[in-house]
Design a protein around this ligand. Structure first.
Ligand SMILES: Nc1ncnc2c1ncn2[C@@H]1O[C@H](COP(=O)(O)OP(=O)(O)OP(=O)(O)O)[C@@H](O)[C@H]1O
Length: 287
């Protein structure tokens, strides 16, 4: 309900995790891609999930949305087992590399309105409140003035923002985003970071797969490192920076492995761009 009425009272009333994974294993067929995942997300947190290409980040996101096979362990959403979760709209999802095809002939407003579908009543018609929520979602991503624009004429960054607005229109309680800033120019990345900061200020819980931690550092409460199908680290940005500098120190003196380095020298790696230098310790959660 954050678009019209942020619900801090709900957050204050319950300390129950919104997402809770215990020893979970996820995959697509017989063999799990990710194993032994323990992850707890509380209301109001902004969690970045980082790691090398192919390490299992998207698989983790799909796993907590129930979009792939849970082969062992448990996933609980809002205190209930995943498969008993009746209201799927409580989890919003912005999938990876999803842009709108050039052949889509629809305005930004129409695309965002489609995100309202899970919330519509029997007759499936947009009511005045739905239209207000659609308008508010466009406003949150800074695209009110493009509501009537054909999406195919928008830039890649603007299209990503339309897709975020579409997810917001469903009024999810948790927003799961798979690389929302990937493939857009630096200026658009900053605009997207501002959009996410606005959502964080409204206590929207977010789990964000990203290769550009630096652009989001000011709003993160936690960083989770996934590598080779396992969660290797889970802590605050300050703990992450400290752990990484320890590992690097060890490496400099003893040539140890870069256990916490999600980049392993990948060009996108936050390592080297010093994303966490000088970041003050943050609340581990907002709620
Ligand atoms: N639909 C699928 N069916 C089978 N295997 C898959 C599927 N999607 C991903 N995989 C495999 O799961 C592993 C992890 O992939 P995943 O997409 O989760 O990694 P990632 O960390 O998100 O990578 P990237 O940073 O490149 O997006 C890879 O070995 C990949 O080939």
């Amino acid at each position: 309900m954050f678009v019209t009425t942020p619900s801090p009272t709900v957050a204050a009333a319950t300390d129950e995790p919104v997402v809770e994974l215990r020893d979970a294993a996820f995959g697509y067929g017989e063999r799990p891609v990710l194993t032994h995942v323990d992850l707890t997300v509380h209301r109001g947190e902004v969690v970045a999930v980082v790691g090398p290409n192919g390490s299992g980040k998207s698989t983790l996101m799909k796993g907590l949305l129930g979009l792939n096979t849970l082969s062992s362990g448990t996933v609980r959403l809002f205190g209930e087992p995943l498969h008993e979760q009746g209201d799927r709209a409580r989890m919003g999802y912005v999938p990876q590399r999803h842009t709108l095809s050039a052949s889509v002939r629809a305005t930004a407003e129409e695309i965002v309105a489609s995100g309202r579908l899970p919330r519509l009543g029997w007759f499936g018609r947009l009511r005045a409140t739905d239209r207000q929520i659609v308008a508010r979602s466009l406003e949150l991503v800074g695209l009110s003035d493009r509501a009537a624009t054909e999406v195919s004429t928008l830039s890649g960054g603007q299209q990503r923002r339309v897709l975020i607005a579409r997810a917001l229109a469903g009024q999810p309680e948790v927003l799961v985003m798979d690389e929302p800033t990937a493939g857009v120019d630096v200026a658009s990345q900053h605009v997207l970071a501002d959009v996410l900061a606005r959502l964080a200020a409204r206590d929207v819980t977010m789990v964000i797969v990203t290769h550009e931690v630096g652009a989001l550092e000011r709003l993160l409460t936690r960083i989770v490192v996934v590598d080779a199908g396992r969660v290797r680290f889970d802590g605050t940005p300050a703990q992450y920076a400290a752990a990484r500098s320890d590992v690097h120190h060890d490496h400099d003196s003893h040539h140890h492995d870069h256990e916490l380095d999600p980049g392993h020298g990948h060009p996108w790696s936050p390592v080297g761009s010093a994303p966490f230098e000088g970041v003050a310790p943050r609340r581990s959660r907002r709620a």
